[in-house]
Design a protein around this ligand. Structure first.
Ligand SMILES: *Cc1c(COP(=O)(O)O)cnc(C)c1O
Length: 441
């Protein structure tokens, strides 16, 4: 990257600054230490892509709360919609006395998700809850129990999802036995699997599943089309297609966990579209409520009707304020040109990051689409380098850029900027990363 632009000085104190340090001491007295914070800078306000902390430091937000505030903090139209709904009512419980906003979100989701067949949706509050609903529906519809998942996957922190995650530490350590009938297979990880090709990895996974479970024991195959926590792992062509064909032949439902990759994050409304992948059920959450908890599952109508009335809901499922935000979010993402902008952001990021890769030997791989990128950091032997990630992320935050961690070894720099961030902020972030990589050598 060559740039002559000068950038604002965003950070004026040590990071964390004195007021954040004070807030952190208070928090440690009252908040369970099992709740962690990756970067203990206490936020005072946020607008667009900028977070401002208690000490007045600014940070370009390349995390968006893990892809939640995708259309920017304080998105004016979403905030107006939420405010208007708050003035009407904030809760009734859809299963007691319903409201039309829930139906409208369901309708929009059935139209926007991949697959040209009749669909229905059910809303919930968190991503993990929606994953649990998807699995319940799949088991109910197929009358089978087995769940197939993949290496490096992440699906949440409830009991069922702990069993579906790849990593035990820290999610399930000491939390008792994990649920059974979950079978984990390799995923296509082109940078680390020796370039076997997606179809070959899928065939090996299928052979293993046929042995350890049997296809006719499997209710569903749950997969993130591009892995988030796992380090923005983009499968080689052929992987998802081969898995899908085998699942279809064997009556196994394909469930796409698009909680992180969906809703425009990758420059398409759903990342499945990059691979021609057509899931039976799509799971969504994170960005849909513009920061208000909301999640949902959308799938083939006959599958979504499999469970008895009353099976799918909870007190807060499809909260009306969250639904008001979602209608606005889905409208903005589906507007003409919105995804073209995110795709262009992806090209700018890719070019900038590839240029940094030629300069900095600790960068092993750059991958992603749209506003979701992973930069895999390596040691001199090419192995995963988590310490390098710590140095780079520290260097970035001290210069005013907040980046996320990813990868099963904590060695992938994960970037999730606003899906309509400006070119100026992308260039400033790339400039900061250049300095942070240089300082991390
Ligand atoms: C965040 C996430 C989840 C869990 O969602 P919660 O709302 O935290 O329960 C599940 N799957 C993926 C891919 C995620 O990124």
């Amino acid at each position: 990257m060559t740039t002559t632009a000068t950038f604002p000085q965003r950070v004026r104190t040590q990071v964390p600054g004195p007021r954040s340090t004070e807030a952190h001491a208070r928090r440690q007295r009252y908040v369970s230490s099992s709740v962690s914070s990756y970067m203990p800078i206490y936020i005072d306000r946020a607008e667009g892509s900028i977070l401002t902390d208690l000490d007045g430091n600014e940070f370009i937000d390349f995390g968006c709360g893990i892809g939640v505030t995708s259309l920017g903090h304080g998105n004016a139209a979403a905030v107006d919609a939420m405010r208007a709904q708050l003035d009407r009512f904030s809760h009734t419980l859809f299963t007691v006395t319903p409201y039309e906003l829930y139906t409208e979100v369901a309708r929009l989701l059935t139209e926007l998700t991949p697959g040209d067949f009749p669909k229905k949706a059910a809303l919930s509050s968190t991503g993990a809850e929606a994953i649990e609903n998807a699995v319940k529906v799949a088991r109910s519809f197929t009358r089978r129990n087995g769940i197939a998942v993949v290496d490096h996957g992440y699906h949440g922190r409830t009991n069922l999802t702990l069993g579906m995650n790849y990593k035990a530490q820290p999610y399930s350590t000491g939390a008792g036995p994990r649920p059974g009938e979950i079978y984990r297979v390799p995923t296509s990880y082109p940078y680390r699997d020796g370039g076997q090709g997606g179809a070959a990895v899928a065939r090996a996974a299928i052979k293993y599943l046929e042995k350890v479970s049997g296809a006719d024991n499997l209710a569903c195959f749950v997969v993130e089309p591009i892995q988030g926590e796992g380090g923005v792992v983009v499968p080689a062509d052929g992987y998802l297609e081969t898995i899908q064909a085998w699942c279809n032949e064997n009556g196994i439902l394909v469930i796409a966990d698009e909680i992180q990759t969906g809703l425009g994050r990758t420059g398409k409304l759903f990342a499945s579209e990059h691979f021609g992948f057509v899931p039976d059920i799509v799971v969504t959450a994170k960005a849909i409520g513009a920061g208000i908890p909301l999640s949902g599952i959308v799938g083939r109508a006959e599958i979504m009707d499999a469970m008895p009335a009353g099976a799918l809901s909870g007190t807060y499922s499809g909260n009306p304020v969250a639904c008001a935000a979602a209608v606005e979010v889905l409208g903005q993402l589906a507007a003409p040109g919105a995804m073209d902008r995110t795709a262009a952001i992806g090209e700018r990021l890719r070019a900038g990051l590839e240029a940094l890769k030629t300069k900095h030997a600790i960068i092993g791989d750059v991958r992603g689409f749209g506003s979701l990128f992973g930069v895999e950091l390596i040691d001199s032997e090419g192995g995963p380098d988590a310490a390098a990630f710590q140095r780079v992320s520290r260097g970035a935050v001290e210069r005013g850029l907040l980046v996320m961690a990813g990868g099963s070894d904590g060695h992938v720099l994960r970037l999730l900027p606003q899906v309509n961030i400006t070119d100026e902020l992308i260039d400033e972030a790339l400039h900061i990363l250049d300095e942070a990589f240089a300082a991390a050598r």
